[in-house]
Design a protein around this ligand. Structure first.
Ligand code: PLP
Length: 822
């Protein structure tokens, strides 16, 4: 829908500066890197702790963007664009969304709670989509910025909205309430997430309830804490005819009482009473979280007066929700982005942005099914899709489905198939190689079959890497830096075991200043993969100097011997100003120039033009240990004096850096010009308080190969180190010490997690397998097993086996496949 710029100016009470306000926009963007920025775009320059949208305005004007909402007008940019100047661009984005929401008056379901929002939203979409044209938040767009972007996607054809709202502290919900203005409210499970942002649980619930300030219907699970907050909320926000629609496992006064929950290994029967009638549904899950989420959905269907048979039929078909985009290694050097469970237009845009940021091959391919419930006519829809594909410079398009096939002419380099089956029959002729392939299809197309064909098969254990968590952790540490302090991120040892190239690409996307690796080989792998950020090599052997020069890596020089060897090659190759980094030993006694070698270092470098000292660094031995902070301070003082000598005598102006992760946290005054972030990026802190603010990055997952029940007196594993005292159900997991799981973690010291329950490790860990106790857990062969992640954490594991998290992470063998997602 096209909106006049004049209207936006009025809504925002913005000051207008620029060409002419008599224009309009039909697309909103906040991301300068998205390829979808163009003429009809209104760009909001948002300011984050580490990112300022205002910095990209010049670039965007070159790309054709003409309209900007800004907090200040960039100098000299006035003649060729339109600027709407406001005090706060995030608030402005929210105001535009609230105004836009007001143009529509169909029912809107608003979801909030600590857990389950996205799943309930996706399930409601599935359950209600036969009867409505639904607009919903894509993925889990539920933040102060995500909600307005979701709402702005509404169009005239929609007749039901489902939006989720997430908050992390007080006073955030007011804004989201005004944007969503739900007519039906659903409160999902309340848990501990974001407790730190609130004084107590009831303050948090009360804040969440604010989403429903003007909502005439509230669906929720009765429990004492929620009831208390709700009483306060209702008093503060009275509304005539407001209806409360509650459910409970125990409270007879709830609208719907759950009478019984019968679990089997594959499904659950839920018996309930509503309006004095007893009924039952069956859902294909048996974990508690899914059951509660399914009940939230049941409540909505009951409220909407769906017949019981329809409810039963549809609920039986609920499916696990993939909330994320995954990058997988594909056959013939392809990389695969698997988004095979949704095909709506909104999430297509997000998927294209992800494709751009993660493409490991220049060639981009999309496999796309028919798109349902866009709200547009097919003509309009596929023209828009074609435009999007063009804007994103997709090299090849494969359309699957009758409708998309009939619009083939809109796309260039496009092959179409009537069905997934027809595509699979032709699969071998399509010769996929060296391309990044986005797979995006509606559920009914069963695109998982395509994913299966394209993904490289390996054994079932995977280390899943959450790219969003990495971004979050990066931003957390960036927010601790003084203005202008640069950041180098250490990606040595395969990104601390998490993945080298993928993480380097993500960091490049986030515009970090430097990457650090241990050896030249690691740097070469990154450069060969297309990484352009400067890379410092911590420990370059003199045999690798040639390669370092060839690949434009930057060596850390730590001895006179190394310096002379490098200068010799530099001279032979007639290098000029080749960047090098000088390492000083200030007390770690590992690598580096000591004080007494400085005179010769200075003499050697004076007047030498073949190299240039880009930076001077040192490394702290005790930045994580309060007992030895005096020592760290002495190191910093020595660094100050030695580096100052070099600077004054050589008359240079290098970047100085000494802090690693715990240095950033504990020695904020020693940031100098740059810091070197390592373990913190991967979600681990040496400080338990700081740990709370980091997100878990790696989850090591496997699955159950076999289950057996053994009688009391039998033993498990090598050496009979576990003796069953009672009948015991034992599950075997295909991961062992050769995959990097320390044997010290066996023999009931450690555990794995299956369906959110702890399963202690029985007996000794074998080379490729381990056995766990699942006597108390409902599970079956093939079920997921978590080795580490949110629980147990690597910190917990490291403590139990008397090592450090660094070792746990970097021990995970390369035979374990890494899967990246957001
Ligand atoms: C590994 C390393 C870092 C990063 O250390 P963390 O404790 O992981 O943050 C920084 N500097 C040097 C020289 C390193 O070797």
């Amino acid at each position: 829908m096209s909106i006049p710029l004049q209207k936006a100016i009025t809504v925002l009470k913005a000051e207008f500066i620029g060409l002419s306000p008599d224009s309009s926009f039909d697309h909103i963007s906040i991301d300068s890197r998205s390829l979808q920025n163009g003429e009809g775009t209104l760009f909001f320059a948002l300011k984050g702790p580490n990112h300022n949208g205002h910095d990209y305005i010049e670039d965007l004007i070159l790309k054709g963007v003409q309209h900007f909402v800004v907090e200040e007008v960039p100098e000299n940019k006035i003649p060729n664009a339109n600027f709407l100047v406001v005090p706060d661009t995030v608030r402005a984005l929210q105001k535009i969304a609230a105004y836009y929401r007001g143009l529509f008056d169909f029912p809107i379901i608003g979801l909030t709670g600590s857990n389950g929002k996205t799943i309930v939203k996706e399930w409601l979409n599935f359950l209600l989509s036969p009867d409505y044209n639904i607009i919903r938040s894509p993925k889990s767009y539920n933040s102060q910025v995500g909600v307005p972007l979701s709402v702005i996607a509404i169009n005239e054809k929609h007749n039901l909205g489902i939006f989720e709202a997430g908050i992390s502290t007080i006073n955030e919900m007011d804004h989201l309430q005004q944007i969503i203005q739900p007519t039906m409210g659903v409160l999902t499970k309340i848990g501990s997430a974001h407790d730190e942002g609130f004084e107590n649980r009831s303050q948090k619930i009360l804040e969440k309830l604010k989403l429903f300030t003007t909502t005439p219907l509230i669906i929720y699970k009765k429990d004492p804490l929620v009831d208390d907050s709700l009483t306060v909320f209702l008093k503060e926000n009275p509304l005539i005819d407001r209806q409360l629609f509650s459910w409970s496992f125990t409270d007879e006064t709830a609208t719907v009482l759950i009478l019984n929950v019968l679990k089997s290994s594959t499904s659950t029967q839920i018996f309930y009473r509503f309006a004095s009638t007893e009924n039952q549904i069956e859902v294909p899950f048996h974990d508690d979280a899914s059951i509660e989420n399914a009940i939230s959905c049941l409540m909505v269907l009951l409220y909407l007066k769906y017949p019981i048979e329809v409810i039963q039929n549809r609920m039986a078909l609920l499916y696990p929700v993939e909330m994320r985009l995954e990058v997988k290694n594909g056959i013939h050097n392809c990389s695969i982005i698997d988004d095979s469970y949704s095909s709506d237009f909104q999430s297509l845009k997000i998927a294209f942005d992800f494709l751009e940021s993660q493409k490991q091959n220049p060639k981009k391919t999309v496999i796309l099914s028919d798109i349902f419930q866009s709200g547009f006519s097919n003509e309009e829809l596929y023209s828009k899709v074609a435009q999007l594909i063009k804007d994103n410079r997709i090299s090849r398009v494969i359309g699957i489905g009758k409708t998309i096939s009939s619009f083939q002419k809109l796309f260039s380099n496009c092959t179409v198939f009537e069905s997934t089956q027809a595509f699979l029959e032709q699969f071998d002729d399509l010769s996929f190689n060296n391309e990044t392939i986005l797979i995006k299809g509606a559920r009914s197309f069963e695109f998982e079959r395509i994913v299966q064909r394209l993904v490289l098969k390996t054994h079932e254990t995977v280390l899943e890497i959450d790219l969003n968590a990495i971004s979050h952790n990066l931003n957390f540490f960036k927010s601790k830096l003084e203005e202008k302090v640069k950041i180098m991120v250490m990606v040595k040892a395969f990104g601390y075991g998490n993945g080298g190239l993928e993480i380097a690409k993500l960091l490049e996307h986030h515009q970090v200043d430097y990457l650090g690796v241990a050896f030249a080989d690691e740097g070469i792998a990154l450069k060969s993969g297309g990484v352009k950020v400067p890379i410092m090599v911590l420990n370059p052997e003199s045999t690798s100097y040639e390669a370092i020069i060839q690949y434009q890596l930057e060596p850390e020089i730590y001895s006179l011997k190394g310096l002379h060897a490098f200068l010799k090659i530099a001279k032979e190759k007639k290098l000029e100003n080749f960047p090098i980094h000088i390492k000083l030993d200030t007390g770690m006694h590992r690598l580096g120039f000591e004080a007494n070698t400085l005179p010769e270092l200075i003499n050697t470098l004076k007047g030498n033009t073949s190299v240039r000292i880009t930076s001077i660094l040192s490394h702290l031995a005790t930045s994580d240990d309060p007992q030895h902070f005096d020592f760290a301070n002495a190191q910093i003082a020595l660094f100050e004096s030695l580096s100052s000598q070099l600077i004054s005598q050589l008359q240079i102006n290098p970047i100085r850096h000494i802090l690693n992760t715990s240095g950033i946290s504990n020695f904020p005054k020693a940031q100098y010009d740059m810091v070197r972030l390592g373990i913190g990026l991967y979600g681990v802190s040496n400080d338990s308080n700081e740990q709370k603010y980091l997100e878990n990055v790696g989850t090591l997952k496997s699955l159950i190969s076999q289950i057996r029940t053994i009688p009391a007196g039998d033993s498990v594993g090598y050496g009979r180190r576990f003796m069953a005292e009672k009948t015991t159900k034992v599950a075997t997991i295909p991961i062992g010490y050769a995959d990097g799981i320390a044997r010290l973690w066996g023999n009931q010291v450690g555990y794995v997690v299956i369906h959110n329950q702890k399963a202690p490790i029985l007996g000794s860990i074998c080379m490729d397998m381990l056995m766990v106790d699942v006597t108390e857990i409902i599970c079956q062969e093939g079920d997921d097993v978590i080795i580490f992640g949110e629980s147990p954490t690597v910190v917990e594991m490291a403590n139990a086996i008397q090592t450090i998290p660094y070792e746990v992470l970097t021990s995970i063998s390369q035979r374990v496949k890494r899967v990246f997602f957001r």
